[in-house]
Design a protein around this ligand. Structure first.
Ligand code: PLP
Length: 371
């Protein structure tokens, strides 16, 4: 006979890693709203509201802005499978773990991929990318805006213009930036962007907000081959999230409720106030971490406020320290990824977790485990 496990009752946690971050209580409440059918007129209105707010948060007028029904990686895949046809040239810039994931996906789309690498913890200089664009003449250039593995923020404010000079489309990974640091799709001339629900938007994981510029939509319409993924094919998803609301797949209703509430919270606070709050709490955390002797992995000019990646101090046992934080203090922080595995800790102050009490709690707990 199958033994039935007990009711769920995990010990409480404060999620101060690279994501998921804690969902806001208002988001969790919204998720208890009774289900509607995915074609119910009331739900269609909720979709409209969600898209309108998403455009405001992405700072864009792009009509094709909606959440993909899956996590951030599906957003990455949506951008690349739709914009790349077999044989197309793609330049992918990597300065950490998630850039490498883009390289892998672009390769699976049968692109001719040129990989540009910057050392982990550093970012790209525009002049270097200008030379690459000039030499390669790619259809697409992909780059991570906020590299979660290193804690580095790539300045992309002039990159869209540069890509357009050479006829390339700019695809950006905004998984760790949206809702925490400015993302200005229109001003920065970004053609395709993807993000997630579980970090700066204070929702559970499960949705990937994406946005496509009219230029990207033109490229999609000019395709000669079918998009190889059925589920992520924008030419058909557009008819559900676009004008005629035709069935494509059953929308994850509860996750749309969550995202709608997360976006309401962002806009109620105001984008500028929210970004300033992330900087304030980062400055406080950084002062405390440095007082504990910890140093950042990202260069000083490009440190993310929402993701503080620091070197594990000499003599500290990575796994043992993180286990003590979790079991004695209920605090989760992240370990290192890829090249930084066993070498870095990643402390996230994202969305509603960017607040002074989180700063104090993690600093106090770290002081104890590092004693
Ligand atoms: N890109 C970046 C920069 C990320 O930090 C992550 C996840 O943390 C992803 C992509 C993948 O997102 P997901 O894990 O939601 O699929």
């Amino acid at each position: 006979m199958t033994s039935i496990p007990g009711q769920l009752s995990p010990a409480p946690r404060l999620l101060l890693g690279p994501g998921p971050s804690d969902a806001h209580p208002r988001v969790l409440t919204a998720m208890t709203t009774p289900l509607l059918g995915h074609l119910d007129p009331q739900f269609l209105e909720i979709m409209n509201e969600t898209q309108t707010m998403l455009r405001a948060v992405y700072q864009t007028k792009n009509p094709l802005t909606f959440p993909v029904s899956a996590t951030g990686t599906a957003g990455m895949e949506t951008c690349l499978v739709n914009l790349i046809e077999p044989g197309d040239k793609a330049v992918i810039c990597t300065m950490g773990y998630f850039g490498n994931r883009m390289v892998d996906i672009a390769g699976r789309c049968s692109a001719q991929v040129t990989v540009k690498e910057a050392p982990w913890g550093q970012t790209f200089d525009l002049q270097v990318l200008r030379e690459t664009l000039q030499t390669v003449r790619p259809k697409v250039l992909g780059i991570v805006h906020a590299e979660t593995s290193t804690g580095a923020l790539q300045d992309i404010s002039e990159l869209g213009k540069l890509c357009h000079e050479f006829g390339a489309l700019l695809v950006t990974d905004c998984v760790t930036s949206l809702g925490c640091t400015p993302v200005k799709l229109d001003e920065w001339e970004v053609d395709a962007a993807f993000s997630c629900s579980q970090k700066g938007l204070s929702c559970p994981p499960g949705m990937s907000p994406v946005s496509f510029s009219p230029r990207a939509v033109d490229a999609l319409k000019a395709r000669k081959t079918k998009v190889q993924s059925w589920y992520l094919d924008l030419t058909s998803i557009m008819s559900y999230w676009g004008g005629d609301r035709a069935y494509h797949h059953t929308a994850p209703i509860t996750m749309v409720y969550a995202l709608r509430e997360g976006l309401r919270l962002v806009l109620e606070e105001g984008l500028e106030a929210r970004f300033a709050r992330h900087v304030r709490n980062h400055v406080a955390l950084k002062a405390g971490l440095e007082a504990l002797g910890l140093t950042y992995t990202a260069a000083a000019h490009c440190q993310l406020p929402q993701l503080n990646a620091v070197r594990i101090p000499e003599g500290a046992d990575d796994a043992a320290c993180r286990k003590r934080l979790l079991t004695e203090f209920g605090i989760e922080i992240g370990g290192g990824l890829g090249d930084f595995k066993g070498k870095a800790w990643r402390i996230g102050l994202m969305g509603q977790n960017s607040r002074p009490s989180c700063v104090f709690q993690v600093l106090a707990a770290l002081e104890v485990v590092l004693l």
